[in-house]
Design a binder for this molecule. Sequence first.
Ligand code: MTE
Length: 330
Amino acid sequence: MLIRRHDASAPPASEITPRAIWRDRRQLIAAAGGAALGGALPTLSPTQALASSAIMQGGDPKAQKLAATPSRLSTPERATPYKLVTTYNNFYEFGTEKDDPIKHAHRLRTRPWSVKVDGEVAKPRSFDIDELLTLAPLEERIYRMRCVEGWSMVIPWIGFPMAELIRRVEPTSKARYVEFVTLADPKQMNGLAIPVISWPYMEALRLDEAMHPLTLLTLGLYGEVLPKQNGAPVRLVVPWKYGFKSAKSLVSIRFVEKQPNTSWMRSSPEEYGFYSNVNPEVSHPRWSQATERRLGDDGFMQKRRSTLMFNGYTDQVASLYSGMDLRRNF
Ligand code: MTE
C-alpha cells in the first residue's frame, strides 16, 4: 500500500520493488544453498517436509510448528522464500517501511488474545486464540498474493475457511457485510503515532465474499504459527483481492447491514474502493495494475509478468461479481 506523499523526492512506485529485490538477492542466494541440502533428508510427511523446507529457507527453528493438510486449492507455483515472506512486509501499525514490521513487531503480545464476533448474528461470542487453532481442520493453502503496489508473492498459508467460523455464529438475514477490525494499541505498536490511515485498521467484505471457500482465516505460514510481522496471531487472507484487504492481527469481526467504509476508503476514496479485486484493466489513479514483479522470481532485469484478472482465481470467484461494472466497483 502506498501513501500519497507530497514530497516530490519520494520514489515512484516503479522504483520500490527493484530496490527490494536488489536488497534481498543475498538472502535468496543463501536460501538456494539451503535447498541443495534437500536430497540428504529422509522421507517426511507433507507437514514435516513443509516445516523442514521452511527451516532450510531460513524459517525460525524456535517457532511453534503447526500441522496442516495440503489443500487442493493450492497453486502449484513455487513458494516465495520464507525470508522474503517474513522480512518484506506491510504492517503500518509498526511503520511504513517494508523492514519496519520485522524490526518492531516483536513488541506485539499475542497471548492472551481473543476475537470478538458480533453484530447481525444469532450467536455473538468471543473466540480465544487457542480455540481458533482447533476450531476446524487446518489446511495448508499456497496462494498467490498481489499487492496494490505492483509486487506479488506465493505464500504457503495455514488456516481454515472463514465460512467455518461464520457458520458457528449464525448470521441473521440482515447480515450483508462483514467488518474486520485489527489491534490498535499504541503501547505495542509504534506506527500508530503517525496517522497514516484512521486507526484501527479496518477492512470489510460482502458476506458472500467472506463465505467463499478461498477466504482463509489464517493462523500460520510455512509450517509454523504466524510470525508477528505477518499478522499474528490471526489474520484474514483473500487471495483474489489486493493484499490490503487481508487484515492482520484481527480483534473483531462484525456483521452489518450496510456497506462499511474501510480505513483505506476513508483515507483515499478515489484510490481505494470497497471491492479492490485484482484487476489489470483498472489502473490505480497513480500507476497501472497491468503487470507485477514476483518477488524472489522475477529479477530486476526481467520483464514484469502480466497481472491476471482476480489474481488468477477467475474460475472460482468471477460469479460473485456477475452483472457488476468492475470499473465503477473497483
Ligand atoms: N493489516 C494491518 N492490520 N495493517 C496493515 O498495514 N497491510 C496490508 C495487509 N494487512 C496491513 C494489514 C497490506 S497493504 C498488505 S500488502 C498485506 O497486509 C501484507 O501482508 P504480508 O506482510 O503478510 O505479506
